[in-house]
Design a protein. Sequence first.
Length: 230
Amino acid sequence: MPFTIDGVVPWGRTMAEYCGMFDLGERDLRGRIIGCGDGPASFNAEMSAQGYSVVSVDPLYGFSGEAIEKRVEETYDIIVEQLARNMDDFVWTYVPSLPALGERRMWAMRKFLDDFALGLREGRYLDASLPDLPFEDNSFDLALSSHFLFLYSEAFDLAFHVRALEEMLRVAPEARAFPLLQVGGAPSPHVEGVLDAFTARDFQARIEEVPYEFQRGGNRMLRLRRRPGP
C-alpha cells in the first residue's frame, strides 16, 4: 500500500529510526538484511553507504524515481495537515516539533531518491511484496517489516499475516515487525493470533519493547525466530 495518506505511513524513515524500531545492534547490522515494504526510506541508502548488506522490496519500486518524487511532493502537505490535527496521538521526544519531523522525513526521502537508480541497478531495490518473495531459502539473516504488517489489519486478515511472516522466515531465520498498531493507533487484532500460530509450531515468538516510539503506544515489535535444529 504505497503512499497511503493516513497518519505518517508513506514517509521515509532513516537508518537511526530503523535501529530504534527494530532494536538493531551491530551484530544485526552486519548480517544480510531484507526490508519488506521499505517504501521511500533512507535505510537502504545509508546502510549501503556504510558497507552493510540490505535488499528492500516494495511495489513502489516498480515506479520511476520521477513518479515517486512527484507523489511524495503531492502528499507532503496532506500528511503534515493530518499530523497537525492529531498532535496528541504522537510522542514528540524523538523529534521536538512537526517542522522538525517534516524536515527529517523529507531528508530521508531525498536520500532514498538519490540512491534509487543505483540501487535498482545493484539489485538492492526490487519490485516485489509479501507474501511471495523472489529469493531462495535462507538468503538473508534477518527479515524486517516496517509499517506494513499489522498496520493494515483491516485490509489484510490474520491468514495473510501468518503467510507473510512464514515467507519472511523462509528467506531468513528471524523476522521482526514494527509497529503492532493499526492505522489510527489501535492495537492490531492479529497480534495474538500470530503469536498463537507460530508458538504452536515451535517457533520462538515474543513481543519486545523497543527504544523508539512516535505513534503513542507504538513502542513494541514482534520477533519471530526459527528454533535451531538438532
